[in-house]
Design a protein around this ligand. Structure first.
Ligand code: CP
Length: 300
């Protein structure tokens, strides 16, 4: 692999191999502590992050790599008007790999086009977030013991939710049945549906979960992304469309798992955290092992 820009850059074999590798690392992380001791990794975060940046940085340190980069683009020369392309040309002369998050969809592809070193897309606007999908798939496998033939409900902001875009494309290798549940204004983008149709993936679009809840194996909640709205009134009208709380959680079967890429706002009540089906904090933690596996597997 050179760059990782989309989850579709990995075929089924590559994806399952990485998940198997992450499972091995999770069982014995100390075995890998010197794997990248000759590498410098740059983390360039032009958009806020807690989990992705810190888990990439922790993963890099745990495999012996050194780090450079920024968590806030306002401290970089972007503030002086430097283009993304110029920033990447400079950083790719200083580091062996670039992990980048950017608010513009397609920014990772632009970076890869001018980079001398591999670029990992750590989220590009409303585009994709492939490493989130990889850790999500790792977590599904760990909890359900299979990836095949699952009923998966994606709920919330499916238009702007890049994790939904990547996960729905990544799980398409495993004969899923999808339910996309959102207000009509936040429906999953046409290009994702086209890709699913091309791969003959079964999916339906709904505005509520009442009827389908008892069949769901994986409930994937998402935050309505305030930062992507131009009109605050429009955001207010949809922000609380779906709330998973102790009451609504009763609709779902005992073997369903509750996932969320986090951060959450109001869409999952804190009272759900103690429910054994709620695995979103374990899911976030799995990002560490998955990102260690990915960093070691990249072609430098
Ligand atoms: N899930 C995720 O991407 O979280 P951060 O925005 O905190 O990185």
């Amino acid at each position: 692999m050179k760059h990782l820009l989309s989850i579709t850059d990995l075929d089924k074999k590559e994806l399952t191999s990485l998940i198997d590798f992450a499972t091995q690392i999770k069982a014995n992380p100390a075995l890998y502590q010197d794997k990248l001791s000759d590498k410098i990794i740059a983390t360039l975060f032009f958009e806020p992050s807690t989990r992705t940046r810190l888990s990439f940085e922790s993963a890099a340190l745990r495999v012996g790599a050194k780090l450079i980069g920024f968590a806030d683009a306002s401290t970089s020369s972007t503030q002086k008007g430097e283009t993304l392309e110029d920033t990447i040309k400079i950083v790719s002369g200083l580091a062996d790999l670039i992990v980048m998050r950017h608010p513009a969809s397609g920014a990772a592809k632009r970076a890869a086009a001018v980079s001398k070193v591999p670029v990992i897309n750590a989220g590009d606007g409303s585009g994709e977030h492939p490493t989130q999908a990889m850790l999500d798939i790792f977590t599904i496998k760990e909890n359900k013991k299979t990836l095949e033939n699952l009923n998966i409900a994606f709920v919330g902001d499916l238009k702007n939710g890049r994790t939904v875009h990547s996960l729905s494309l990544g799980m398409a290798h495993f004969n899923p049945n999808y339910y996309f549940i959102s207000p009509p204004s936040l429906a999953v983008p046409a290009e994702i549906k086209q890709a699913l149709n091309l791969n003959k993936i079964k999916f339906s679009e709904l505005t509520d979960w009442q009827k389908i809840a008892p069949q769901i194996d994986v409930l994937y909640m998402t935050r309505v992304q305030k930062e992507r709205f131009n009109d605050v009134a429009e955001y207010e009208s949809v922000k609380d469309a779906y709330i998973l709380n102790a009451n609504s959680a009763r609709l779902f079967k005992s073997t369903c798992i509750f996932m969320h890429p986090l951060p959450r706002v109001t869409e999952i009540s804190a009272e759900v955290d103690a429910d054994p089906r709620a695995i979103y904090f374990d899911q976030a933690r799995n990002g560490l092992w998955l990102r260690m596996a990915l960093l070691i597997s990249m072609k430098y």
